[in-house]
Design a protein around this ligand. Structure first.
Ligand SMILES: [Zn+2]
Ligand SMILES: [Zn+2]
Length: 331
């Protein structure tokens, strides 16, 4: 089983509400959010810790939470990365400028928006200190699947097949040293800026005798590596929702989920509603099982159950389990 570096993975509204997945890492300003639906049960502190949010599409159940994301980060001196399909720049800009701002000097948020289209990406930067002028859009070629990368991980995106332009995502942690949430919680040193500093040195191949000054003490890198970090191949988490499981998208989706520690997957309908699934471009529960099986994932978590199954969600779980037994749902 691949070791995981994140300290929190939270399916915010369970399997029955708006699909929203929140992952956090030890340290600040480094949480990731998949989808922008109702996030009312995430605290402003959790949302303020975001480094990047990945929005599958602009249906209200995937986009209504954007305002809270912006609000939670407004007073922060940081770059917040937002990803989404075509028209994300315009839609985010319109939402942000739907409000008036006092433009206090401490409101320094910079929102970097990237919209992904087949073969290209468009980026624009919205700056609060400039009072959010009309965005300048820069277009570049994009071969995919990686759309975002930092020192610890990459995020991949592919185009799904929904009634509107829609993306599916996977987070792939890099192999090598990762902060270990369990060790950090148990250790004497509290998590802080030193974690990233030590990580950079470890990944850069610095000697174990290298000294670091932390909170007035002096520590050698080797001891820190042993006590607070884990060397691992890194985990993959796939987030696939609001897509029809057509022959056209199936290869991309299987590749995206390949070997994932956990696949969060659309299971909007049961097989009796296959016709509706084809019409409204969603997956049926057995297809979620099929995808998990083809991608050889460790665990499948079903998400986005339609309200018509309230009180009988077990049908959906049973249908997926018949194809792929390592399945769960949060109902
Ligand atoms: Zn949708
Ligand atoms: Zn939806």
């Amino acid at each position: 089983m691949a070791a995981r570096a994140f300290s929190t993975v939270q399916l915010v509204n369970g399997s029955t509400g708006d699909p929203v997945l929140y992952l956090d890492y030890p340290g600040s300003d480094n949480a990731l959010l998949f989808d922008g639906g109702d996030n009312g049960s995430l605290t402003m502190a959790q949302l303020g810790d975001l480094e990047a949010a990945f929005i599958t599409h602009h249906h209200v159940d995937h986009f209504i939470g954007l305002d809270r994301i912006i609000r939670a980060n407004m007073d922060r001196d940081k770059v917040l990365h937002l990803f989404g399909p075509v028209n994300t720049i315009r839609k985010v800009y319109d939402r942000i400028t739907a409000y008036e701002y006092p433009f206090f000097p401490f409101q320094k948020i910079v929102v970097k928006i990237t919209e992904l289209l087949p073969g290209k990406m468009r980026t624009a930067t919205l700056e609060c200190t400039k009072r959010f002028p009309e965005p300048e859009v820069v277009e570049t070629d994009w071969v995919g699947p990686v759309c975002y990368e930092n020192a610890d991980l990459r995020v991949e995106a592919v185009h799904a097949e929904h009634t509107v332009p829609c993306l599916s995502f996977a987070l792939a942690e890099k192999s090598g040293y990762h902060p270990d949430p369990t060790k950090l919680a148990a250790g004497m040193l509290k998590s802080g800026a030193w974690v990233q500093e030590a990580l950079k040195l470890l990944r850069g191949g610095a000697g174990r005798q290298t000294r670091l000054q932390i909170n007035g003490g002096s520590f050698d890198l080797g001891t820190l590596a042993t006590n607070y970090f884990t060397e691992s191949p890194g985990a993959r988490v796939a987030y696939i929702t609001d897509t029809f499981f057509s022959e056209a998208v199936r290869p991309d989706l299987v590749k995206l989920a390949k070997g994932a520690w956990r696949l969060y997957c659309d299971s909007f309908y049961a097989s009796a509603q296959a016709k509706q699934a084809a019409q409204y471009k969603h997956m049926i529960a057995p297809q979620a099982g099929e995808l998990a099986k083809a991608a050889k994932v460790e665990q499948l978590v079903l998400i986005h159950f339609a309200t018509r199954y309230a009180g009988k969600y077990q049908t959906l779980i049973d249908e997926a389990a018949a194809v792929f037994p390592r399945v769960t749902a949060e109902v």
